[in-house]
Design a protein around this ligand. Structure first.
Ligand code: PHE
Length: 337
């Protein structure tokens, strides 16, 4: 009889819960006070037969200890939850975390890299602060040649040999001097030019240049790669046209236009009614450049191209003011999810 009572109370004690210190106190009275259920069992102990006293005595002591421990435990839980609950509502659902978005220039850069990586281009980066040789000298700009002005270079007065790179062709110089062909590389990065800041020009912007050097690389290969790029980037219906141009580091050189995707080539304000928009410069790497970088121009030929990421982003997203790209106004940036 007493064994069952002990077991029943032990099970109940094990499952006790309480929401406040008052409830814990009520439980203490219910089980452990002088008139409590456990104390009553101790009173019954007198009637237990002598041979069972040892065993029942042990059970009763265990039950009392268990009840005391349980009440201490409940007290502690209420203490900690109350002290935090005073300050915080733990049942409230959490605030949503505001996720950032990719910068439009990063999105466009990644897309360009993705398109060219599918035809075997890898990516290389290099320093923004460069020496004259990597930016100009190796790239067939003769000393004192006015072409250095063509790119509105930022020179450092104390040491005119140190410049902020005006194009990422400087990274191509570094690749060509450290690696033998075949070379097939893209050079993305920030470049600097001393221009007055306006809605259409900035003193820094971003470029991606490409370089492919191997045996028997021809102008037809260049044109094919650029046509593939234009269609992937701007849509299957896009057409390209190459116009003769001049760069010291390529010969022949060209500028590439794509058919205006706003008017489909019919002519509109965006393309100044020509039906075409210019997107990049390109050409066959000048043999002098290969020679300067330690690559034999009698064995190897190559092509190069370079484009402004802002320009491509503008065509894609029609951003009217170039300065938006560097002002980091979240209202602008949040549009590019
Ligand atoms: N480096 C040139 C520029 O910054 C772009 C270019 C790259 C042109 C490669 C031809 C070949 O304008």
């Amino acid at each position: 009889m007493i064994r069952e009572k002990i077991a029943k109370i032990a099970a109940a004690v094990n499952d006790l819960t309480a929401k406040s210190q008052e409830e814990v106190e009520a439980l203490r009275i219910q089980y452990l006070s002088k008139k409590g259920q456990i104390s009553e069992l101790f009173d019954d102990f007198r009637n237990v037969p002598k041979e069972d006293k040892r065993e029942i005595g042990q059970l009763l002591n265990q039950l009392r200890d268990a009840a005391q421990n349980k009440l201490v435990e409940l007290k502690a839980i209420i203490d900690t939850t109350q002290s935090t609950a005073d300050k915080h509502d733990l049942t409230r659902s959490a605030d949503t975390i505001a996720l950032g978005t990719r910068h439009p220039l990063s999105l466009v850069k990644e897309e360009i890299i993705d398109i060219f990586s599918r035809i075997g281009f890898s990516v290389a980066e290099g320093p923004e602060i460069e020496d004259d040789w990597h930016v100009f000298g190796a790239l067939n700009f003769p000393p004192e040649h006015p072409a250095r002005d063509m790119q509105d270079t930022f020179f450092i007065e104390q040491n005119p040999d140190v410049v902020l790179r005006t194009h990422t062709s400087s990274v191509q110089t570094r690749i060509m001097t450290s690696q033998q062909p075949p070379i097939r590389v893209l050079c993305p990065g920030r470049v600097y030019r001393n221009e007055a800041i306006s809605y259409r020009a900035h003193c820094f912007f971003h470029q991606i240049e490409g370089l492919y050097i191997d045996k028997n690389v021809s102008f037809a290969d260049l044109k094919q790669a650029l046509l593939y790029f234009a269609k992937e980037m701007f849509g299957e219906e896009t057409e390209i046209r190459l116009r003769p141009s001049y760069f010291p580091f390529t010969e022949p050189s060209a500028e590439m236009d794509i058919s205006c995707d706003l008017c489909g080539g019919k002519g509109c304000n965006f393309c100044k009614h020509t039906g075409w928009v210019e997107i990049l410069g390109c050409g066959m790497v000048d043999p002098n450049v290969l020679k300067a970088c330690g690559i034999d121009p009698d064995v190897y030929t190559g092509y190069a191209f370079g484009m402004g990421v802002e320009r491509i982003a503008n065509l894609k997203y029609r951003v009217k003011d170039l300065r938006m790209f560097s002002e980091n106004d979240v209202r602008f940036l949040q549009q590019f999810q």
